[in-house]
Design a protein around this ligand. Structure first.
Ligand code: ARG
Length: 439
């Protein structure tokens, strides 16, 4: 292991204690490394603007940081346990390449704000991805909703057949949920869009750092003002981001559950494409919905991360090494969640439907509610209409002549099967896409 940054020649840390402190930090820092390099470049430019380093030194440092990034990307440099963490590695590599100039990179910053800014940039990108993936999934559900608006299927309550509905209505429901989730992701991103860089260890430094300029170069909306809050928000903002992720994964779980249920032989409404099913190692005839099931399992990972993150937040103000433990849950939950979400649009686009089976499941009794409402419309008090419709539903001939298609067409209030309001959902999706493109 290279000497820790904080080595000043005193007694060394016990080797096992050192391993314990590092944990899997150095591996997790691989997800943050390029953000750390970007932030380091911005920091260096800021130092030059206030004359703490010369512009030649800044150019050399920025060039050195670019080289470090290239070597990391090509695999020429591997971030591993030789270093205490990614921050140490960057300073070490710059020192090796640029000597004294390289060792100037850390002027006016602390690893406390260095890790904060890298984690913040990572989270921002993760939330941009989350929003885009929610919108893509919503778009795919909307396309299927439009194509299946007239495909009748039962609507269920308590998992019991209830009223005539449509496949389009089901997809519209999933689409609107995912639009909400995209908006939640955007809101979480706006909240965390503040640069902590320049707050150093949590109390600022005795330099007139150009914090706003650095925030601008890094594409932040603003600088986080209070250095103490910058530290106190670590973990808390990770939690907010994972909560936004969780919202989206709950929608994915609901969709996955529907697919899992409706693809059973007992329902036989929906067929999964081969590309999203697996086989059994022993039962030759089987196609298993493993992908859908693992999508259903995604919220559990976010919930674990949320529990871990909120468990860390019982701390007094300022930096504490405990906060290092906020990295793993946030990085892992997003990596897994985004990977799963990315599968949804194509999976949805390639589903097959057995329209005949869905239609056959609309037995005459499912028209009882329509019938009661119809009678009420003719002036019969609803409770009497309800009893008459119940009697008709119980009689095998009572409601036999009614058509599912007519029932769907008659559901004309906004959102009903005869008026899904897809153009409203499309307009909202388009507005969210345009806002996302503006950044
Ligand atoms: N790996 C550390 C973390 O994530 C970096 C900051 C270390 N700061 C310190 N004062 N020991 O929190």
């Amino acid at each position: 292991m290279t000497k820790p940054l904080w080595d000043k020649g005193g007694g060394a840390l016990d080797a096992a204690a050192q391993r314990f402190c590092a944990g899997d930090d150095v591996t997790l820092d691989r997800a943050l490394f390029l953000y750390d390099v970007r932030a380091s470049k911005a920091h260096v430019a800021g130092l030059a603007r206030i004359g703490v380093i010369s512009s030649e030194e800044a150019t050399a440092l920025r060039g050195g940081l670019d080289e470090v990034a290239t070597e990391f990307l090509t695999g020429a440099f591997v971030l591993d346990e030789r270093f205490e963490d990614g921050h140490s590695a960057i300073e070490h590599l710059l020192g090796e390449r640029l000597g004294d100039i390289g060792r100037k990179v850390h002027t006016g910053r602390s690893r406390n704000d260095q890790v904060l800014v890298a984690a913040r940039l990572h989270l921002k990108d993760a939330l941009v991805d989350l929003e885009a993936r929610c919108l893509a999934a919503a778009g795919s559900c909307l396309a299927r909703a439009a194509a299946t608006a007239e495909v009748a299927m039962p609507g269920y309550t308590h998992l019991q057949r209830a009223v005539p509905s449509s496949l389009g209505a089901l997809f519209a429901g999933h689409a609107e949920a995912l639009l909400d989730d995209a908006e939640t992701a955007a809101a979480a991103r706006a909240r965390i869009d503040a640069s902590p860089l320049g707050t150093a260890a949590g109390y600022g430094v005795n330099l007139p750092l150009d914090r706003d300029g650095v925030a601008r170069e890094l594409g932040f909306d603003r600088a986080q003002v209070s250095p103490i809050y910058a530290q106190n928000s670590r973990g808390k903002l990770e939690l907010l981001a994972v909560q936004a992720l969780h919202q989206a994964l709950l929608s994915v779980r609901r969709l996955a559950w529907d697919l899992s249920l409706f693809t059973t032989a007992e329902f036989g409404f929906i067929l999964l494409p081969d590309a999203y099913t697996t086989g059994s190692s022993i039962m030759p005839q089987k196609r298993n919905p493993d992908v859908v099931e693992l999508l259903r399992a995604l919220p559990a990972a976010a919930e674990g991360a949320m529990a871990e993150l909120s468990g860390l937040l019982s701390l007094p103000s300022g930096y504490h090494r405990d906060l290092q433990a906020s990295k793993a849950p946030a990085i892992r939950a997003f990596a897994r969640g985004l990977e799963g979400l990315a599968l949804v649009p194509d999976l949805v686009a390639r589903l097959y439907f057995d329209e005949a089976r869905m239609l056959a499941a609309i037995t005459p009794d499912l028209h009882a509610t329509d019938r009661a409402i119809e009678l009420a419309g003719e002036g019969v008090p609803f409770r009497d209409a309800y009893r008459r419709a119940a009697a008709e539903a119980a009689d095998p001939e009572g409601l036999a002549g009614r058509s599912a298609a007519a029932s769907l067409r008659a559901r004309v209030s906004l959102g009903g099967a005869g008026n899904l309001g897809l153009e409203r959902l499309e307009a909202r999706a388009a507005a969210l896409r345009a806002a996302a493109a503006r950044g």
